[in-house]
Design a protein around this ligand. Structure first.
Ligand SMILES: Cc1cc2nc3c(=O)[nH]c(=O)nc-3n(C[C@H](O)[C@H](O)[C@H](O)COP(=O)(O)OP(=O)(O)OC[C@H]3O[C@@H](n4cnc5c(N)ncnc54)[C@H](O)[C@@H]3O)c2cc1C
Length: 813
């Protein structure tokens, strides 16, 4: 037997499907000096009892990428690693009971086809031809996914393990990691068999991830649900049909009733996501077990009764079968239901690949993504949806449990663009929250901060149901229009708590920042946008940079980017520079519109003739504020940054002064409309690592004269080759819904690009989309088509500048 490894480049903690896939992909990337530790036998956690469904369906572009990759990998894996396994590609039908559900399907079909998958929509009769035992009288249609199927999760894990071992990686079974310590630049992973020194550690401990995270000082945002499926005995009719046609039934998902039903041999497997679901290990009388390897929870049939009855009504054949077995196992959830794959926030050389709710169908893609993070520090696809840094530390256990249960109970719900689930709210409130509430604010959470989405007028429908629509003209529409027009004609104020703020100072600050961003660091007294690229020239993040002093800058960035941008800055910070986070110390009001100068003039002595993109210190009502002359709404305007304790009085003074000038509060929906008309990009929609800085149309933020900056070589090479894709603004005539993220752009019958955001522009009276288009077509006036929910509509590429105020005359006024 080989000796126990005392050192390795990478140690992975956890031998479920995900850990094994991570090891396999690391080894494939040439990182064979890797060891996986499994406390029991491989698959002992959630993997051994998983149902093994492998859907490609997702309404998230990045997760669909991951699942598509998995399905492709699994098809060939048995042969590649010489480990035959049961993988049945049966296809699936996903039933739709409503027109809204069919729109969701159309959207996913559009994305799937763009990823090269032949997904399709079926009418009720077509569904029956694929699934003869089905009641279809109440269906609107179905989505057909020919790539769906099921795999044996234990065989999958063993196949990945075999492939990894064959390439030289090692697996130590029955060898728990019991702790870690940092020694110099190394991690030392402790086990009963001895310590392993390594460069990098990966937490792939499944539902134990929180326990493992604690060793790193990390509170992994997660909780554990009980999840069940039921196995039913053989049914002669099903056996006969299978025999006749020579294949199994496609996997059935009745998503509006919230279950899947799969043919299992000649019987069925029924698996619901129940509304009346149950969390485990979250109360004192149900403590987290030291070891739960290969164990299950007791059956809990009461919770399942409604689903059994519904499935029997849908597929009456099921009534003929006896229920033979229930599997009830632990399944971990993050607060948004997506896994954690990527850098462990704030911890050097540590990564996470854990908290998977769909870890069998995602394991393949997750292994690829994790291996890219480890070996290259960046991933092929933008994976923000799964990045551990999307959580920022406010997510306490109570929040995790409530959100986890909510996601589980709505696992198959439609993700409408204006809808948010109600749990876990009011975590962080602005100091003027009660005042904006009194004005009718309807809120949404941004990194836990409650921000006004829109201001309801008496009689407006503010119910949650009112937001469950794809339609543009929901109950908020006319109020948002009024807000936008007030910003256009007079002035609007948006209370914006939660901006992430980092102050960097010390000799060499500017030289350092100059190497980090693609463009120029602004002069003292000025501010500007800085774009941070990765080594491939792709857009990592955008921050506003205010030059405070010779060697001091204030970086302000999105609330949701707090952990991500802090992590990026700290990882790349030169030693000797001082880094200070000031996120909680300040708050912000956006005051914008042609009357904003007159309003400010009533409350401050500041020089309001200072040009666009300058900042100055000023006083409002005795409080010291920073006035930044910039507006994401694209009108004359200032951001008023005040100390948190002064913010309420500043807000009141400005509101009072605005009364005579038509000032009104506005919300994030209006801001979205205004910024899209102005062609201003939003982070992780329009700006992501899926695009380079040049593709993003950010050429004017690239200073080629600088001797070096991160990404320069890649961007220079791209420039020389010719940029193949270009950022564009489009106007589109698209019916009653605005195009969702990743709607495809068409020209002469070919897909030539995609949208990254779109909204109704109330100033321009048009649906405006931002997107990426094949470079040769990115010319003003070019007529295209845009596919929205399966229908193609006319769209026109707009000129070089933004649609609204192309010469920036209004912001410079
Ligand atoms: C009833 C049920 C049905 C499911 N059906 C599906 C499905 O159809 N499709 C799908 O995609 N997903 C399904 N899932 C979810 C799926 O099972 C999980 O997402 C997946 O197994 C997670 O894999 P993992 O490798 O992340 O975690 P796990 O399989 O839990 O692996 C983690 C491993 O880490 C080990 N470990 C923990 N701590 C340590 C330590 N300190 N040292 C060493 N080792 C350690 C554990 O022993 C365990 O083996 C289902 C789940 C349940 C409960």
């Amino acid at each position: 037997m080989a000796e126990f490894p005392t050192s390795a480049r990478v140690v992975i903690i956890g031998g479920g499907a995900v850990g094994a896939s991570a090891l396999y992909h690391l080894a494939k990337a040439g990182w064979t000096d890797a060891v996986l530790l499994e406390k029991n036998e491989l698959t002992a956690g959630s993997t051994w009892h998983a149902a093994g469904n492998v859907p490609t369906f997702s309404s998230s572009w990045s997760i669909m990428n991951m699942q598509r990759y998995s399905a492709q990998l699994y098809r060939g894996l048995g042969e590649v690693v010489d480990y035959p396994m049961n993988y049945h590609v049966t296809g699936s039908v996903r039933l739709g009971h409503s027109a809204e559900r069919l729109r969701e399907f159309q959207r996913v079909v559009g994305m799937g086809r763009y990823q090269g998958m032949d997904l399709d929509i079926l009418g009720p009769d077509d569904v029956r031809s694929r699934y003869p035992f089905l009641e279809t009288h109440d269906l609107a249609g179905a989505l057909y996914d020919p790539y769906d199927g099921d795999i044996d999760p234990a065989q999958l894990t063993q196949a990945l393990a075999k492939g990894a071992r064959a390439l030289g990686a090692r697996i130590e079974r029955f060898c728990p990691a019991t702790g870690v310590r940092r020694e110099g630049d190394e991690w030392v992973v402790q086990t009963p068999k001895g310590d392993i020194r390594c460069e990098i550690v990966v937490n792939a401990a499944g539902y134990y991830a929180r326990e493992v995270g604690k060793w790193f000082g990390r509170d992994v945002p997660m909780m554990v649900m009980s999840h069940q499926y039921m196995l039913f005995d053989s049914i002669p009719e099903l056996a006969q049909w299978t025999d006749e046609v020579g294949h199994k039934l496609p996997l059935l998902r009745d998503v509006d009733s919230s279950y899947y039903l799969r043919q299992e041999k000649m019987g069925f497997n029924l698996g619901p996501y129940e509304r009346n679901c149950r969390a485990h290990w979250v109360t004192k009388d149900d403590p987290f077990p030291q070891d739960f390897s290969f164990q299950l929870f007791p059956d809990d049939l009461e919770r399942l009764e409604w689903y059994i009855a519904d499935a029997m009504a849908r597929v009456p054949l099921l009534e003929k079968a006896a229920l033979t077995k229930v599997i009830n196992g632990p399944i971990p959830y993050t607060p948004d239901g997506n896994p954690l794959i990527g850098p462990m926030p704030g911890v050097p050389n540590a990564f996470e690949a854990c908290v998977f709710t769909f870890g069998i169908c995602q394991a393949g893609g997750a292994g690829k993504v994790l291996a890219e993070w480890v070996t290259e520090g960046a991933t092929e696809w933008d994976m923000w949806s799964c990045d551990p840094r999307r959580f920022t530390g406010f997510e306490d256990q109570d929040y995790c449990v409530k959100k986890g249960m909510e996601v589980y109970g709505h696992e198959y719900a439609i993700g409408f663009p204006h809808h948010a689930w109600p749990e876990g709210r009011d975590k962080k409130l602005s100091v003027v929250h009660e005042r904006t509430r009194a004005l009718g604010a309807v809120y949404g959470a941004y990194n836990g901060w409650e921000r006004a989405l829109w201001y309801a007028r008496p009689g407006d429908d503010t119910s949650e149901e009112g937001t469950q629509t794809w339609r543009r003209e929901g109950p908020w529409f006319s109020a948002v229009r009024e807000e936008c027009l007030a910003v256009r004609d007079a002035a609007g104020i948006l209370d914006l708590p939660g901006f992430s703020r980092f102050r960097i100072s010390g000799a060499g600050t500017v030289a350092w920042l100059t190497r980090q961003i693609t463009g120029k660091v602004p002069a003292i007294g000025r501010l500007g946008l800085g774009y941070f690229a990765d080594d491939k020239g792709r857009i990592v993040t955008e921050m506003s940079i205010s030059r405070i002093a010779e060697d001091e800058v204030l970086l302000i960035t999105a609330a949701t980017a707090q952990s991500h941008d802090r992590d990026w800055l700290q990882r790349h910070l030169d030693p000797g520079l001082t880094f200070r986070e000031e996120t909680d110390l300040w708050s912000c009001q956006i005051l914008t519109g042609p009357k904003s100068r007159a309003i400010l003039a009533e409350v401050t002595m500041a020089d309001l003739t200072k040009p666009w993109l300058t900042w100055q210190e000023a006083e409002i009502g005795g409080a010291r504020v920073l006035l930044m002359r910039v507006s994401f709404a694209g009108e004359l305007g200032w951001e008023i940054h005040s100390r948190t304790e002064d913010t309420a009085s500043v807000w009141e003074i400005v509101m009072r002064a605005g009364t005579g000038h038509g000032l009104r509060p506005f919300g994030m929906f209006a801001l979205n409309s205004l910024r899209i008309e102005k062609g201003y990009r939003a982070w992780k929609g329009d700006l992501s690592t899926d695009y380079t800085v040049l593709q993003g149309g950010l050429d004017r933020f690239v200073d080629w004269t600088k001797p070096e900056f991160r990404g320069k070589a890649a961007l220079a090479a791209e420039q020389q080759r010719g940029v193949t894709k270009r950022f564009v603004s489009l106007t589109a005539e698209v019916g009653d819904c605005d195009p969702p993220y990743m709607s495809t752009l068409w020209h002469n019958g070919d897909v030539v690009g995609e949208t990254t955001s779109a909204y109704w522009g109330h100033r321009t009276g048009a649906c405006v989309a931002l997107g990426m288009l094949r470079a040769d077509l990115a010319e003003p006036g070019k007529a295209l088509e845009i596919e929205v929910f399966g229908t193609r509509y006319p769209a026109v590429v707009q000129g070089d500048g933004p649609i609204w105020d192309p010469k920036n005359e209004r912001i410079r006024a």
